[in-house]
Design a protein around this ligand. Structure first.
Ligand code: DHB
Ligand code: FE
Length: 279
């Protein structure tokens, strides 16, 4: 059977892609961020997962404001990136696993999650920057990816509880899949940030650290927050924390935090990175 071996959280700030492109990882500005990742590389090397289920949000590359699925799941053989307007080069295609995607989608609909199933889908920095961070030099060719895209760009947005429950249903669906696969689950985005409006530049370190702690100890407490609570306390785009809750919902075993770090600001964002073993 498929087994969820662990979860990883990371920011997906687009300028991280630019820093990688320009080889700036060891510069004064970027080093504190990039230093969080070598232990994750080591763990991935050791554990060798086959599949990554990635909870992320699309910032307008595939789903613009005119058509906005609350939950969309990729069921394509591969996923392309495209220019997002920052001049970030597009990256090598990401492999999908349509059979596992369809299994997850069938189970979700059976369990009353009315998702949008995408047989074609472009993926943006919400997914591609984490892939580059986890598997440097585009070394993700052996990985198959299941994109799980959650709307956090346009209200109404799904509640933290709904995203946690979606994660639980996905975790169950994965572990009912009849193939011996090792699956790692990623939650990307966050933590506190607000990119525009009166509070542009807003960061709330105290709230970010609270979220990171509760994510492990007591995620149910976090599911009592509303989307508006997240916006108020973490900034308009800090609501991306719902991706982390999706990831956490999928971890059903005994958890062991192997790495946890926080660094702010990076591109006006609080960047939290966690590596969680699921036994
Ligand atoms: C930025 C964009 C993001 O999607 C994000 O999550 C954080 C920062 C940015 O443009 O700086
Ligand atoms: Fe984002």
């Amino acid at each position: 059977m498929a087994k969820i071996v662990g979860g990883i959280t990371t920011s997906h700030i687009p300028s991280i892609g630019k820093a990688i492109e320009n080889n700036l990882q060891q510069t004064e500005y970027w080093k504190p961020l990039f230093d969080a990742y070598p232990p994750i590389h080591h763990w991935l090397d050791e554990v060798q997962p086959d599949v990554a289920v990635v909870f992320y949000n699309d910032h307008g590359l595939e789903f613009f404001l005119d058509k906005k699925p609350t939950f969309a799941i990729g069921a394509a053989p591969s996923y392309k990136n495209a220019d997002e307007g920052w001049g970030i080069p597009t990256i090598p295609e990401i492999n999908g696993d349509p059979e596992l995607s369809w299994h997850i989608c069938n189970e979700l609909v059976e369990n009353e999650f009315d998702i949008t199933i995408c047989q074609e889908m472009k993926v943006d920095h919400g997914l591609t920057v984490p892939m580059q961070l986890m598997w440097p030099n585009f070394s993700y060719g052996h990985m198959k990816v299941i994109p799980v895209c959650i709307n956090v760009e346009q209200h109404p947005m799904p509640s933290p509880k709904r995203c946690y429950d979606l994660g639980k249903a996905i975790g169950k669906a994965v572990e009912s899949y009849d193939k011996d696969l090792k699956v790692v689950v990623l939650g990307t985005g966050g933590l506190s940030h607000q990119l525009d409006g009166e509070r542009a530049g807003f960061i709330n370190k105290e709230f970010d650290l609270y979220c990171m702690k509760k994510l492990i100890d007591n995620p149910e407490e976090l599911t009592k927050l509303s989307i508006y609570d997240l916006v108020e306390q973490g900034g308009a785009q800090g609501a991306e924390f719902i991706m982390w809750l999706g990831m956490r919902g999928a971890l059903t075993g005994e958890l062991n935090v192997l790495k946890s770090s926080y660094h702010a600001p990076v591109s006006n964002t609080g960047a939290g990175t966690m590596l969680i073993e699921n036994r």
